[in-house]
Write a protein that binds this ligand. Structure first.
Ligand code: ADP
Ligand code: ADP
Length: 231
């Protein structure tokens, strides 16, 4: 079952009179339950690809089918609705609300998706427990370590049960020991059947994914199954 079907996706950026070809005829399928790392040098098109897959931007040409729905040419409002329903985002900078507790941060996406208030709290508590933050739910981000903040962000990304978890350099702000703990959590999330797609430029992080796609100058340079994932 395909979650993502990209067919001949190109993305051009116009900068003054110049045109940058950030993606050139990229085709890629990702199936339910896969754990994929996207790698590539700076400028190779990783962010552009993630923005398109995450429905934050649309391609210049080509088609994008997300869960059997063509999302290639939707309006901004339609894209926002799909993002809220289908996609959980995890960033390098955790993007948490600074004056809200971990619990409130995790409850917020459910406000937008229309979950009832009692239900919101129950689900947020349960998701925070899943990511190992049982005793930190009432702390604000500045009272949490980097690794704990990322766990809050991961809980927030998962709480609406998205069909796809997108992580952009999820360990970019964490030291190697904490990064490994986050990778353990990703492995657990993957084992539960979630589909994970993460961008990283670190080999040590990519080794955790079960498939590695490398971009070079806006094209897929290689796409291989990881013969020996860490977990
Ligand atoms: P990566 O994430 O791998 O560093 P990007 O997707 O950010 O790569 O960039 C791919 C190419 O597109 C680069 O040449 C970059 O300069 C260019 N680019 C990215 N975003 C924009 C933009 N908003 N406007 C113009 N050029 C852009
Ligand atoms: P709206 O367009 O309805 O205001 P939001 O900006 O709240 O939508 O974003 C909807 C979803 O997209 C949220 O899940 C949010 O985490 C994600 N999102 C918003 N901005 C970015 C961004 N710059 N990069 C990646 N994801 C984003």
């Amino acid at each position: 079952e395909k979650v993502i079907h990209l067919e001949s996706i190109s993305k051009n950026y116009r900068v003054g009179t110049q045109v940058v070809h950030a993606l050139k005829n990229v085709s890629l399928d990702i199936f339910r339950g896969e754990y994929v790392a996207i790698m590539g040098a700076s400028g190779s098109g990783k962010s552009t690809l993630m923005n398109i897959i995450g429905c934050l931007d649309t391609s210049t040409s080509g088609s994008y089918i997300l869960n059997n729905r063509d999302v290639s040419r939707l309006s901004d409002n339609q894209l926002a609705e799909i993002r809220n329903k289908e996609i959980g985002f995890v960033f390098q900078v955790f993007n948490l609300l600074p004056r809200s507790t971990a619990l409130e941060n995790v409850m917020l996406p459910m406000v937008y998706s229309g979950v009832r208030k009692n239900e919101r709290k129950k689900r947020a508590v349960s998701t925070l427990t899943d990511v190992g933050l049982t005793d930190r739910m009432l702390h604000q981000p500045n009272e949490l370590s980097g690794g704990q903040r990322q766990r809050v962000a991961i809980a927030r990304a998962l709480v609406n049960h998205p069909s796809l978890l997108l992580a952009d350099e999820p360990t970019g702000n964490l030291d190697s020991k904490i990064s490994e703990e986050i990778m353990k959590l990703f492995a657990e999330i993957h084992r539960k059947g979630n589909t994970l797609l993460m961008v990283t430029h670190e080999e040590d992080i990519a080794r955790h994914a079960h498939r590695v796609v490398k971009l070079k100058d806006g094209e897929i340079e290689s796409d291989v199954v990881n013969p020996d994932p860490v977990y």
